[in-house]
Design a protein around this ligand. Structure first.
Ligand code: GLN
Length: 274
């Protein structure tokens, strides 16, 4: 069977489990071939399909996310390593980067709360020339991935400091200092939400769930960040599309002006606090 034929058959198989069956099949085949998707599409379609492809398709048919199978995910045009201990960066979260670049055009000090794979912090550091920042996360597994990503982009510890700590513990922010930009994609899923099996069965619950209304982490973090913002700085939080009102209220009580940003699907996706 050729690569083209195997992709076609896998697309058929995966159409039951995935809305992006063709793309999934292409990404898995490119991974099996050890080449980029574009190289594969340009020059490998008539080659023999590799034996490694079948088991990868099986895993995807069992709802395992493509990113965990291939170990990588694109975010803001760059390739990030991911593993089951970190949330897979979503395209929706690029909304935070776009808002940041507009609202704080010259950020030099950046903090990312719950950095996970490091996607938000590292993207910001790469977009703001000469900036430095701190990524914090409660998960040692996540920080290991975040550090690996920092290295792969040539960002040393002086530019991207990754630190293990939890905002559930007192003193977590004592020595953090001040920032021009604070980014945060906290857990915000309601604890009883019906998630797709791809997310529910594979991604880390501690990066997703935040109490009965998905608001627990906002309630803890937002009142604590004012002290850590430089004059002219902003904090930008990802939110669930149905949480605008609740989180706006939490932020107003904490003394912030609040501005809403929408994602590409025009759903509310981020709140800017100043
Ligand atoms: N947007 C994620 C989802 O689709 C949730 C991310 C989060 O809780 N920070 O499940």
């Amino acid at each position: 069977m050729t690569v083209a034929e195997a992709i076609r058959a896998a697309t058929e198989t995966l159409s039951n489990t995935s809305d992006t069956a063709r793309l999934d099949a292409e990404l898995l085949m490119a991974h099996a071939l050890g080449m980029s998707r574009s190289d594969m599409l340009l020059r490998a379609m008539q080659d023999d399909a590799p034996g490694e492809f079948g088991p990868l398709v099986e895993r995807r048919a069992g709802h395992e996310p493509v990113a965990y199978i291939t170990g990588v995910q694109e975010f803001y045009g760059r390739t990030f390593a991911v593993a089951p201990g970190v949330l897979i960066p979503r395209g929706d979260s690029e909304t935070l980067i776009e808002a940041a670049l507009e609202v704080v055009p010259n950020a030099m000090r950046i903090l990312d709360l719950g950095t996970g794979s490091g996607a938000l912090l590292l993207t910001a550091l790469l977009e703001y020339d000469g900036s430095t920042g701190i990524g914090i996360d409660a998960s040692a597994d996540a920080l290991q991935i975040a550090r690996k990503n920092a290295q792969s982009f040539g960002l040393d510890d002086a530019r991207a400091q990754m630190t293990e700590r939890s905002w559930l513990q007192d003193g977590w922010r004592d020595d953090l200092g001040e920032f021009d930009l604070i980014l945060c994609n906290p857990p915000y899923v309601e604890e009883n939400a019906a998630l797709e099996p791809d997310v529910r069965d594979f991604e880390p619950g501690n990066a997703l769930f935040a109490g009965p209304e998905g608001l627990d982490d906002y309630r803890i973090i937002i009142p604590q960040i004012g002290k850590h913002l430089n004059k002219g700085g902003a904090a930008i939080f990802e939110i669930g599309s149905n949480q605008v009102k609740d989180i706006t209220e939490i932020a107003r009580k904490a003394g912030f002006f609040v501005e809403l940003r929408r994602d590409l699907a025009n759903r509310p996706r981020a709140l800017v606090f100043r």
